[in-house]
Design a binder for this molecule. Sequence first.
Ligand code: WQD
Length: 339
Amino acid sequence: MDKILVTGGLGFIGSHTVVELQNEGYEVIIIDDLSNSSEQVLDGIEAITGVKPAFEKLDLKEKDKVELFFAKHNDIKGVIHFAASKAVGESVKEPLMYYENNIGTLVYILKELKKLPSASFIFSSSCTVYGQADELPITEDAPVKKAESPYGNTKQIGEEIIQDTCKIVPTLKAIALRYFNPIGAHDSVHIGELPIGVPQNLVPFITQTAIGLREQLSVFGDDYPTPDGTCVRDYIHVVDLAKAHVIALKRLLENKNKAKYETFNLGTGKGSSVLEVVESFERVSGKKLNYKIVDRREGDVIAAYADTNLANNELGWKTELSLDDAMLSAWNWEQKVRA
Ligand code: WQD
């Protein structure tokens, strides 16, 4: 079966995607610099699939090491590229670190893919490229807006770099997957989200508050023009998201792509407010969540949720898991990690 490289494969979405790749019989090799993950995730993956993926600790900013890696593994048929820094707030404070880590490394990988007989490339992008979309739900041809953060800008620039490269490298084809809000954990609770420090994202903050690690959830504003005043997002279960990566990769490996470069939104197509997420958590956990309404967070868009028609019709993929499924899996994972 084809050998697939997963960069950032020990991270939250990467590890769940490795599981789904192995479930489909692919041979997986992971590169990760362990800056935001741990080698123990390999054991979690093996506990689920029975196969421990090959792993090389490697900082993709080290160009010569990237070249050596691809020289050694020139039988790689596809790459799913997750490795990147992804904290919006941090990117505002450290723009150069983000441009070096998210853009520089992408260029090094693409330069190596050019040398392979053929390469299928899946890029981890984000709905953040749309900013506050003018129309909801958001389609793939919604205008890409001036990024609200260097992080978002690295996703926009990354997509352009890949598109330009596909145009002139006959053997390269690529798909950019624009995630909405990935949440939850594998139902085996062998893998899940492992945020380092104080979680920036809503769902890990909810579960850490419920388990007693955080005092109280701050809800960033309830004066938005939405049904209950809190922001609306499209929360997608990480396992549904992972499965979409395998389907997209297969599309390229089997030459079913309609263009050398394609983009797909990956969401449920349904918007949920912050308070609806809290209610979902309380419903599935049976616990009352301690939260308070505070001021808005700088840079938050009011509402974002996906038009999923293209992924549904072209990829033959749609989400199967609900918000409650995701919140229960996140809560089960939190309890396991803190046990
Ligand atoms: C969701 C909602 C907050 C925390 C970001 C990135 C995106 C992707 C996912 C990487 C918002 C509210 C949050 C809290 C809150 N990251 N909230 N209290 O900002 O939609 O997306 O993470 O790929 O690119 O932009 O996700 O989980 O931070 O926030 O009220 O303690 O929850 O205001 O409305 P976001 P989030």
